[in-house]
Design a protein around this ligand. Structure first.
Ligand SMILES: [Zn+2]
Ligand SMILES: [Zn+2]
Length: 317
């Protein structure tokens, strides 16, 4: 186990997930955990074992701070509640989640249509995943606000960084000059920025503004929730900004050739995972929602035009 001052880094395995593990952080002096990990027996064992190795235990945990509510971070919430008296904290916007399972299925079907697909078969496994997703979001949490402190000594500061998720927060340790970055900034992977048709937000704009917010902090070390710790935050932020700028240009080039749907545009973009035509249902949908987030950013900036014909979204320059 790696240690940075009084902070222990735990590796919590993720089952059937290419990210392989979530990095959670145990602040010994505060009996506080930052993030938890996805739900599985392996993850529960790993958390228990690593707490013991850090001379602690589940029952001693007083606070759990979730950087955001994605299942690979919040999946062990019930396990913690059952085995400790810990208070679970998240940013206050997470209170707005109330999509029911059926609504979520309807939403995805509608999205596939609006994005340009003619007929789709909804895989059973996806229905199962949706149900799990909703249940992990129905917890009661204690709300945090931007600039709140986790402790009375004002060492750990909350920085609201919406974009990857509307409720995403980073925690800044102003004593050790450490940033707990969650999924906001990872050393190699670019965090997924996506938008759904029922959301009237502009997550890419939020994300870019959130990058600017942390870029100039006095930071010696970044402790992210995946991959590994790293040092040069400013350089990494600039790399991510560059990636989005070139993606926006790529999308503009695509619509320059004519009016297109979200799926038509997505099919012409380069994807790291696999080409568009070979993507499984869920990956394809995530990719389309990512394209849509970029399109809304460009539309709001006045770079491209959006129209709706027969219930379908079209974009042109
Ligand atoms: Zn996430
Ligand atoms: Zn994550």
């Amino acid at each position: 186990m790696k240690q940075f001052g009084d902070i222990c880094q735990f590796k919590i395995p993720l089952i059937r997930n290419p990210l392989k593990y979530t990095l959670t952080y145990f602040i010994k002096s505060q009996n506080t955990l930052i993030d938890l990990g996805g739900e599985s027996e392996e993850a529960k064992d790993a958390l228990k074992r690593q707490l013991l190795a850090a001379d602690s235990s589940l029952s001693k945990i007083e606070k759990v701070v979730l950087t955001h509510l994605h299942r690979d971070h919040s999946g062990l919430t019930n396990y913690l509640k059952e085995n400790s008296n810990a208070t679970i904290y998240t940013h206050y916007v997470s209170r707005n989640y109330s999509i029911e399972n059926n609504d979520l299925k309807e939403l995805i079907l509608k999205e596939f249509y609006m994005f340009g697909e003619n007929s789709i078969i909804f895989p059973k496994i996806i229905l199962h995943q949706i149900q799990n997703k909703s249940s992990s979001r129905s917890e009661a949490y204690v709300s945090l606000n931007d600039n709140d402190y986790l402790d009375s000594d004002k060492r750990f500061q909350v920085i609201w960084t919406p974009g990857h998720a509307p409720e995403h927060i980073c925690i800044y340790d102003n004593q050790l000059k450490i940033l707990f970055s969650g999924d906001h900034v990872l050393p190699r992977i670019t965090p997924h920025i996506s938008l759904h048709i029922n959301e009237k937000t502009n997550p890419l704009k939020d994300y870019i503004e959130s990058l600017e917010k942390i870029k100039k902090l006095d930071i010696k070390l970044v402790l992210p929730a995946h991959e590994s710790e790293f040092k040069d935050l400013e350089k990494r932020v600039e790399g991510i900004e560059k990636h989005h700028l070139s993606r926006l240009e790529e999308i503009k080039d695509t619509v320059r050739k004519g009016e297109k749907t979200v799926h038509q545009i997505s099919s012409e973009l380069s994807w790291k995972s696999s080409p568009w035509g070979f993507m499984p249902f869920w990956i394809k949908h995530m990719a389309a929602c990512e394209t849509y987030a970029h399109l809304i950013y460009l539309r709001n900036r006045g770079d491209i035009y959006e129209s709706i014909k027969n219930g379908r979204l079209y974009y042109k320059i």
